[in-house]
Ligand binder design. Structure first.
Ligand SMILES: [Fe+2]
Length: 157
């Protein structure tokens, strides 16, 4: 940990930096999954899905930046290399060879469901650690994840 004048206790900051890095890994993994789907999707809804997946990926970028930068604000380091992201992500591996729109919808529905659940748990963990600012950060991310899940799963309902 680096020195900081931030008044949150060191033990809290250490715990929160680990939590932020875990969720950072999920967010970067999900970003890559969405771009993969954006590039490879095929079928009758091609243009709608191609554009939706790109938009949802773009929506993740500010969250990724906020998660990483809060790690450093709290005296930690952001673990942002692809090697550490791959190791730390809690999302299932994305099926690499699917093309059909409904298969991508299915895979991304599962990914966003897990991602949203992990973010909700992170709100609770940050709240219990008495770091309301990080809890608020996770709350915004979780709310966006629920909206993205709605956009995706509505295609299959
Ligand atoms: Fe593109």
């Amino acid at each position: 940990m680096h020195g900081t004048s931030n008044t949150l206790p060191l033990a809290t900051r250490k715990k929160i930096v680990d939590l932020l890095n875990d969720r950072l890994a999920d967010a970067v993994d999900l970003y890559a999954q969405l771009k993969h789907a954006h590039w490879n999707v095929k079928g009758p809804n091609f243009i709608a899905l191609h554009e939706l997946f790109d938009q949802l990926a773009a929506n993740l970028l500010p969250h990724i930046d906020d998660l990483a930068e809060r790690c450093v604000q709290l005296g930690g380091a952001a673990r942002g290399t692809l090697a550490s992201i791959t190791k730390a992500s809690s999302l299932p591996e994305y099926p690499a060879t699917i093309t059909a729109g409904e298969k991508h919808i299915e895979s991304l529905t599962e990914a966003f469901s897990i991602y949203g659940d992990l973010m909700r748990k992170a709100i609770e963990l940050a709240d219990t650690a008495k770091d309301k600012d990080t809890a608020d950060l996770f709350t915004g991310i979780s709310r966006d994840a629920d909206k993205a899940l709605w956009f995706i799963e509505s295609h299959a309902q």
